[in-house]
Design a protein. Structure first.
Length: 338
């Protein structure tokens, strides 16, 4: 007789990175919620058996949602949540005085509201490192401990868990059943070379996600061509080849820079297919990485589907906001053991 899979719900599911990882860990994801219609369209393309709700989570009653899924309080094995993290971002905190007032920061408290009402056996919360030092975290920790959860948490790098990308994130796991510890790191780090192995040439691959290429102005393309292969930067170029808009720019030194073949990629952001937004130029080709390459560096399988009813910038945002499936899998497997 086949053993029944433990069940999970994915809050702030986005395009499905967390759900993909939970699936790989051995969970059956019975429900998910997000308020982004394009993200939900992408989620549905890949997770057809999950009941995904397109809604503002602040308007959703947890018990009503649970009844719709056919579960009662205390029966859910895992509640996963990746609340929007832009409000806690290091960049925003550095260049803005209103970081702590960002309304998106309070969405993490919506996750706690669901925990209180659904009383899952285990919890998995992901956010940017800034959450750990935010005043809300003390409240979150106290609330969860009062509910009987044994907690472990820390700031971890996805590159240490099989993701071909450097991506530091705050991870919190907890259980009402027993003490838990965050997953051990893997021994081998995956590189850009590992991730892109076997890929067909961009622009002629038959995969629209890999064939949608950015067209550059002649002066920009000439500069990209001069950037040294395999990790070169715009700072390697003589001053006369710097773009006028970048000559006085000092805050973002990695823009117009190439990835290294033999290192993990930098953090994949919502600007991941734009050479002007970071170290997102292909190691050897004179172009920014494609949408498919960005998704692969996030840890999505090569066959993962994305919606066609939107533009490149929106898709890049969905990919950049996703939580790497392999990162989720590593920590979700902690719960599978019991």
């Amino acid at each position: 007789m086949l053993k029944k899979k433990p069940i999970a719900i994915d809050l702030f599911c986005g395009v499905g990175g967390t759900t993909e990882g939970l699936n790989k860990a051995g969970f059956n994801i019975i429900g998910a919620i997000d308020n982004d219609n394009v993200a939900v369209d992408g989620f549905k393309l890949n997770h057809k058996h999950t009941n995904v709700l397109l809604a503002d989570i602040t308007k959703v009653k947890p018990k009503v949602f649970a009844n719709k899924l056919g579960i009662r309080a205390g029966s859910l094995d895992l509640l996963a949540g990746c609340p929007p993290c832009q409000g806690f971002s290091r960049l925003k905190a550095k260049f803005s005085k209103v970081q702590s007032k960002d309304k998106r920061n309070d969405l993490v408290l919506e996750y706690i509201r669901f925990v209180k009402e659904l009383k899952p056996k285990s919890i998995l919360l992901e956010n940017v490192p800034g959450l750990k030092t935010d005043r809300r975290f003390s409240k979150i920790k106290l609330e969860l401990e009062k509910l009987g959860y044994n907690l472990d948490y820390g700031i971890l790098d996805a590159a240490n868990y099989g993701v071909p990308q450097r991506r530091k994130r705050f991870i919190l796991i907890g259980s009402r059943i027993k003490k838990v510890k965050l997953s051990n790191t893997t021994r081998i780090k995956k590189t850009v070379s590992n991730a892109f192995a076997g890929m067909k040439k961009a622009g002629n691959s038959g995969d629209w996600m890999h064939d949608t290429l950015v067209e550059y102005r002649k002066d920009v393309l000439n500069i990209i061509k001069r950037i040294p292969k395999n990790g070169g930067s715009r700072s390697d170029l003589p001053y006369k080849y710097q773009l006028p808009s970048r000559k006085k720019q000092s805050k973002f030194n990695d823009v117009y820079s190439r990835m290294h073949w033999n290192k993990p990629a930098p953090t994949i952001t919502g600007g991941c297919t734009s050479a002007s937004k970071g170290r997102f130029i292909h190691p050897t080709e004179n172009r920014a990485i494609t949408l498919r390459e960005a998704a692969i560096l996030q840890g999505f399988r090569k066959s993962y589907k994305f919606p066609k009813n939107t533009n490149r910038q929106n898709l890049a945002r969905l990919i950049g906001n996703a939580f790497p499936p392999q990162f989720t899998k590593a920590h979700a497997k902690v719960f599978i053991k019991y």
